[in-house]
Ligand binder design. Structure first.
Ligand code: SF4
Length: 416
């Protein structure tokens, strides 16, 4: 993917960069003691043709049993995650993802949130996001969600072209996106994200321009832009194999990314991570947890966790998941220890994907080793080739490095 190089923008005459905006306000040791909470809601009305998430159509009657199972998992996970002093684990963010969490009732969301509040020490100003499908939202529901404590909405808008939405198998229209945003605003939501997709079969640059222009007119706090990846097992995959659809052209896809980045930056948005742009101060705290390689606990069918030096994932099937929780068993089915060298490589890899890059003093505080000691001379060639740049204690990919990121990433892991 292409990207523009200079990420510094000027607001009210002050130069702001992702580095200054994303500088943690707490020490890394404090942040490592927290856990972001992710709750997976695996229900959808229908399956979009490109989707390979762990989500199912046709199991809506399972919702209440699933919510009860999730309530049990939250309680068990809260006990598992207690601090060495036996206190509740602090959490700075909660994220309801899916699937389509907006298919749960407000009362169900509220019960799940209250369970998080009683099993974890959730910050008073925690970021609490709910993913929603524009076609499933009502005004009343949004008032209820806001009152229940949801303070950030993330909507899968994907496109403002009615025909592309149809080709993707989405259930909403462009007008429903605009309506959902206006309902959300009326309900008091100020932190709203929409996801948009590019590199779609048959999508032209003109389609993409129009989508971005209509998206910008909404004046939202945040945009996530993703290029379509055709995953095995999806209808899009078989249609590509049979020639029914043609994947988006790679060069066009890179141009679309570059166009979007320029347009959004001109409008005052900061590209703080490869796929994410926000107005200053409106970046997603929860998503940054992943890029900063901080602990998170995923709950629900198929959810992933990275906590206490281990990575684990839950049972995928909602039916099996419910059975396990009925028996009050934690539903993790796979688990691996994260070796220190692997944790260092992953921390560097994830940070280099952000516009801010890797903060070297924080790396040293975290691992009691400098980045230079960890990496030795493995990055010498890519540094000499101009793929990396240093600035005030930060290491980040240069403009050229962003195009050739894999050359850098593959050198981070120590040789066997
Ligand atoms: S709404 Fe989202 S989670 Fe559900 S099928 Fe479509 S892309 Fe997948």
């Amino acid at each position: 993917m292409k990207n523009t190089g200079d990420k510094t923008i000027s607001i009210a005459g002050t130069q702001l960069s992702p580095q200054t905006l994303l500088q943690p306000t707490e020490s890394i040791q404090q942040l490592l003691e927290t856990a972001a909470l992710y709750l997976h809601i695996p229900f959808c009305h229908t399956r979009c043709y490109y989707c390979d998430f762990n989500t199912y159509a046709g199991i809506l009657p399972l919702r209440e049993a699933y919510v009860r199972a999730l309530l049990t998992e939250i309680e068990l996970a809260g006990q598992m995650a207690r601090t060495t002093a036996g206190e509740k684990r602090r959490s700075r963010s909660i994220f309801f993802g899916g699937g389509t969490p907006s298919l749960l009732s407000v009362a169900q969301i509220s019960r799940l949130l209250n369970a998080c509040f009683s099993s974890f020490a959730v910050d008073k100003d925690a970021e609490i996001t709910l993913e929603a499908n524009p076609g499933t939202l009502t005004q009343e529901q949004l008032f209820g969600l806001r009152e229940a404590g949801i303070n950030r909405l993330s909507m899968g808008a994907q496109s403002f072209s009615a025909s592309l939405l149809q080709k993707l198998g989405r259930i909403h229209s462009p007008e429903e996106i605009v309506q959902a945003v206006s309902y959300a605003r009326a309900a008091g939501f100020t932190s709203i994200n929409i996801d948009l997709m590019f590199g779609l079969p048959d999508q032209t640059m003109q389609d993409w321009r129009e989508t971005l222009e209509r998206a910008l007119e909404l004046g939202l706090a945040h945009f996530s832009l993703y290029s379509l990846i055709i995953e095995e097992g999806t209808p899009f995959y078989s249609w590509t194999q049979s020639g029914k659809i043609k994947p988006g052209d790679e060069d066009l896809c890179a141009d679309m990314y570059e166009y979007a980045d320029e347009l959004l930056q001109k409008a005052g948005y900061i590209n703080y991570e490869i796929s994410n742009w926000s107005l200053p101060g409106q970046h997603s705290r929860h998503n940054l947890t992943y890029w900063q390689n901080l602990p998170y606990i995923g709950m629900g069918a198929g959810a992933y966790s990275s906590f206490a030096g281990k990575r684990f994932s839950n049972e995928l099937s909602p039916h099996e998941y419910i059975k396990m929780l009925k028996a009050r068993r934690l539903p993790a089915v796979e688990s691996e220890d994260i070796a220190p060298e692997q944790a260092m490589a992953e921390t560097a890899f994830l940070a280099l994907r952000t516009a801010a890059g890797l903060h070297l003093p924080t790396f040293e505080q975290r691992f009691a080793k400098t980045f230079a000691q960890f990496v030795g001379d493995r990055l010498r060639m890519v540094e000499e080739a101009g793929l990396l740049e240093h600035e005030d204690g930060w290491l980040r990919l240069s403009k050229r490095g962003r195009l050739l990121g894999n050359e850098v990433f593959m050198r981070l892991l120590p040789d066997e």
